[in-house]
Design a protein around this ligand. Structure first.
Ligand SMILES: [Zn+2]
Length: 281
């Protein structure tokens, strides 16, 4: 049985529980969140993002399921990054439950489709395609809850990592989540890392504003460096990326510049493309 005071387990509401994996790091904040969701009266649950291949973490998730007296009906992934997915197949196999994700490489029971409606754990979940952090990122709308994976975190901002992550996609996805939160009267975002977000619209507006500010800073730095580079030339582009990083991230420790470079590359390509519907490939 789980200790009720276990700092890794937090009950957001009846049937909404977060179990935090012990894999803290620069990209994972204080660890990956595994979400256990079910209707308070149901005998089964949905587990979202079983997290790393860590037996201790999975034991904690199973203890929590046992405490709630629910079986695992379905395991879902928000995206394929290993800190969310590495232990998913083993966890689902032990639970005897199907595993589903947008990427067929992770699915044992069919890939998730955009706008697909899933009934499980006494809940109704709608799959929202929210690419940008990665191309396979999805979010789940569950009544007044939005499970956002790494598209929106509970603290800080997320990485749009070129080439799999695309800024135009990411901005559109933030818009999708904001519209959904507004339409459904969403009260909580359940992120892949960090705490539950209890002011969804304000937080999504902050995310959109942060992206626009960063993009404006990158655009200004690129303009100051002279005429636009030929984004088809890898040498020119990587030089320009380094120059922009040195300006825009001057106050950031240099060991973080490689991560910043991925984000700047995505932004320069976005700016070069002009029309977001005419993205570079
Ligand atoms: Zn991720």
């Amino acid at each position: 049985m789980t200790d009720a005071t276990d700092p890794l387990v937090s009950a957001v509401a009846p049937g909404v529980t977060r179990v935090r994996a012990q894999n803290p790091g620069p990209m994972t904040l204080d660890g990956t969140n595994t979400w256990i969701l079910h209707d308070p009266g149901a005998r089964s649950a949905v587990v979202i993002d079983p997290g790393p291949d860590d037996p201790g973490h999975h034991r904690r998730v199973r203890d929590e399921l046992e405490r709630a007296d629910v079986q695992v009906e379905l395991v879902l992934l928000t995206h394929g990054h290993l800190d969310h997915s590495e232990g998913a197949e083993a966890f689902a196999a032990v639970a005897g439950a199907p595993l589903r994700a947008a990427d067929p490489r992770w699915s044992t029971a069919g890939t998730l489709e955009p706008q697909e409606v899933i009934d499980a754990g006494g809940l109704r979940l709608t799959v929202l395609a929210t690419p940008g952090h990665t191309s396979d990122s999805v979010s789940f709308a569950i009544g007044e809850y939005l499970c956002t994976g790494d598209t929106v975190l509970g603290r800080g901002t997320t990485v749009v990592a070129h080439p799999d992550g695309r800024l135009a996609d990411y901005l559109a996805s933030l818009g999708v989540l904001r519209d959904r939160a507004d339409r459904d009267g969403v009260t909580h975002l359940l992120p892949g890392h960090g705490p539950t977000v209890t002011e969804p619209l304000a937080w999504l507006d902050f995310y959109l504003a942060h992206r626009r500010d960063r993009l404006a800073a990158v655009a200004a730095a690129a303009r100051a460096l002279g005429p636009p580079v030929n984004t088809g030339s890898e040498d020119e582009l990587s030089q320009r990326v380094q120059d922009v990083v040195a300006q825009v991230y001057a106050d950031v420790p240099q060991h973080l510049w490689p991560a910043a470079a991925l984000s700047v590359r995505a932004q320069l390509l976005y700016l070069a493309a002009g029309d977001p519907d005419n993205r570079p490939t």
